[in-house]
Design a protein around this ligand. Sequence first.
Ligand code: NAI
Length: 349
Amino acid sequence: MVVADVLEAADCEQVLLVRDRTADATALVAVHDTRLGPAHGGIRRLQYASLHDAARDVVALAQAMTWKCALAEVPAGGGKCVLLDRPGLDRRAAYRLVGRTVQQLGGRFFTGPDVGTSDDDLREVAAVTKFVAVAPAAGEPGPGDLAKATALGVFAALSALAERLGRPLAGLHVAIQGLGAVGLELARCLRAAGARLSVADVMPERVAQAVALGAEAVASERILQLPCDVFAPCALGGVITAAVTAQLPARGVCGAANNIFADGSPADREAASLLHRRGVLVVPDFVANAGALIQGATWHLTGVVVGPERLARIGVTAGELLDRSRRADVPPSTLALQLARERLARASA
Ligand code: NAI
């Protein structure tokens, strides 16, 4: 597949490939769908093997944002930016390039943090555009802790999943992969509810923090093979490979990582069907991890900081999807996509 085919397949409204020739910096911005409202999506800075891989990532992530907004009933659409990283990249120039591009879009795309983008990077973007979420200075109003919002949403979805597994949270065995801003907060929520945790991270100090909460440390390469009730992917996407699909010992999957399937999507039809046939209940990632989007977009669109009850609605959506999935004998991700497409079609009618 060439880059053009990737872009065509994703059915985006607009994709921009921009370069700063002096700094040798390249970025891609995808505006997938604005029928529900302005596109929202963070900036991912990553070293890609090729422009093709970067294009595939940006459109898949933008598309998932559209579905996430539709299912979370947030009046926003899907977008994403990827910044092609390389050794020696002039980060300041690269993020300014992104900022200029976002500014040119004039409000059709609103951006913020994602993997590889720090608060300092966002300040560079904010120097040239207002369409960006930057952590407020001390004492300034802001949307609050977005990673915590994501963790609360995942916790709500995971609680709904546990109920469908017929297990109380107390004693539920959860394997968490990745103990960053979201994974560690999720670990805190689960421990407070009495869950048993097995955890893995490539950074030993983060594992130590979870162990201090009462979790058991597991080697990173073993976490997917661990017999447990729920596997919670909170590191990077792409972890549900064909081998994992066939053998995952967990009875359920629910986490924060975007696009968990190895094909780079959040809803690989074949893998989702196989997991469904194996009786593994999978909460679609774009349902479980909508907390930051709900809190961030609501703040930027209305100036309101949402309360925990709004984030808890993620659990209601997840529970309804799992119930409908059981009744219709169809994977939850297939139903979630149907629902998102129906809401988008209504918006464009
Ligand atoms: P983070 O960067 O703070 O944490 C990720 C953690 O995963 C790090 O501690 C890292 O060392 C670990 N990790 C990386 N590779 C690993 C491996 N092979 N095995 C075990 N651990 C590994 O990221 P954050 O903010 O906690 O987000 C986690 C995931 O959730 C990411 O995929 C992100 O895109 C997604 N997400 C995050 C949201 C947010 O509000 N922060 C919102 C929606 C999705």
